[in-house]
Design a protein around this ligand. Sequence first.
Ligand code: HEC
Length: 122
Amino acid sequence: MVLRRKRVSEQNQPKLLMEVFVQLLRFCSLLPAIVAASGALAADADNGKRLAETRCVTCHIVAPSERRVVTDAPPFEAIARKFASNPDTLAFSIIDPHPRMNVTLTRREAQDLAAYINTLAK
Ligand code: HEC
């Protein structure tokens, strides 16, 4: 009787270890997603909106409700659609064409602006 009970608990031990191992694997597989999510949160879309309203609005339509056309600058809504499949590259495209227009941005400002513009794609 006693022997049998001991044998059962010994049989369960590898199973328990396996379960712990599976839980550990599951947590590890979530890690990249957790890191990615916190990276996305690091950019501040509200600050991007403020920056857009002060520094981009002279040329671009920066909010979907606006309906005026000032220059050949694409509306932010159109930019959001263009980059919808690849939002991570948007910050670079914000920095790229503008130095010749006297618009210079820090990396951080470009990231916040990209975060704002990406909210327009939804
Ligand atoms: C002086 C006018 C002007 C200002 C100010 C300006 N832009 Fe632009 N922007 C343009 C024009 C013109 C284009 C189109 C350039 C081209 O096609 O080469 C453009 C293109 C872009 C593009 C598209 C790049 C691409 O690869 O399609 C993005 C993104 C962008 N602007 C973001 C911004 C942001 C963010 C700001 C504010 C910090 C800003 N722009 C301020 C005139 C301006």
